[in-house]
Write a protein that binds this ligand. Structure first.
Ligand SMILES: *[C@@H]1O[C@H](CO)[C@@H](O)[C@H](O)[C@H]1NC(C)=O
Ligand SMILES: *[C@@H]1O[C@H](CO)[C@@H](O)[C@H](O)[C@H]1NC(C)=O
Length: 218
């Protein structure tokens, strides 16, 4: 009598194992694609304080930890953009990009990280660049930087046929904690330090030397 029930039990265990294997594999798969999401990249060749941005394309992040991300342009680099790029290059202008931070994911004013390079470097690189996106431990975008290949301008003339499509690679850099290449954070830090300095002067009366050591000037 013991033997059949033993077989049944073995059968149940084997069945459970087979049922569980796909689930275990599935969770591994999810892990690999843990960061899948899409971020919008906008750009501008306008000069002045209120540049108008248009969509350049999207960055698709497949894995934050695995640093797997791709850039997809939303439309070809058309003649309008080309002529703007040439003008900006002649006038020593800048090329700006910005990206909304993940927490909002929307395109409202103020929720961006941004950076810029010289327009001539975009022109002479024939639109070859690398975007480095800094994210914090939760995956939130905290900074963006951009570099072109080559990064220096030497005064080359580029044919229009080389200025039609972006040749962009994307690096995801997950920061544990550290400096953020983002102007707003830098400004916030300066403001905080200034406030602390003012507070320090009102409160305890440090020596001349002590005050300068604590503010990091020496
Ligand atoms: C694309 O960019 C890489 C550098 O990231 C460069 O080596 C390559 O020649 C570029 N390709 C084209 C078609 O411009
Ligand atoms: C701070 O120190 C200066 C001299 O260094 C002194 O004249 C002043 O009275 C001190 N202020 C306070 C609040 O202790």
């Amino acid at each position: 009598m013991a033997a059949p029930s033993c077989h049944i039990l073995t059968g149940v265990i084997v069945f459970l194992l087979y049922a569980l294997i796909p689930i275990i594999n599935g969770s591994k798969l999810e892990d690999e694609f843990e960061g899948l999401r899409t971020l919008t990249v906008e750009h501008s060749l306008d000069s002045g304080f209120n540049p108008e941005f248009t969509k350049r394309g999207t960055v698709v992040i497949r894995s934050l930890k695995g640093n797997k991300a791709q850039f997809q342009e939303s439309s070809p680099f058309d003649s309008h953009l080309r002529s703007k790029l040439k003008t900006a290059t002649r006038e020593n202008g800048v090329y700006r990009i910005r990206m909304p931070t993940t927490s909002t994911g929307t395109l409202e004013d103020g929720d961006y990280v941004s950076t810029f390079v010289m327009a001539c470097s975009v022109y002479e690189s024939a639109l070859s660049d690398k975007l480095i996106i800094n994210v914090d431990q939760t995956g939130e975008v905290i900074g963006i930087s951009m570099t072109t290949f080559p990064s220096e301008c030497v005064g080359w003339d580029m044919p229009d046929s080389d200025l039609t499509h972006w040749n962009t690679t994307v690096d995801i850099s997950q920061t544990v904690q550290g400096p953020v290449p983002d102007t707003q954070s830098y400004i916030d830090k300066m403001k905080r330090e200034e406030a602390e300095r003012a507070k320090g002067q009102q409160g305890e009366n440090k020596s001349f030397f002590g005050r300068y050591v604590s503010t990091g000037i020496l």
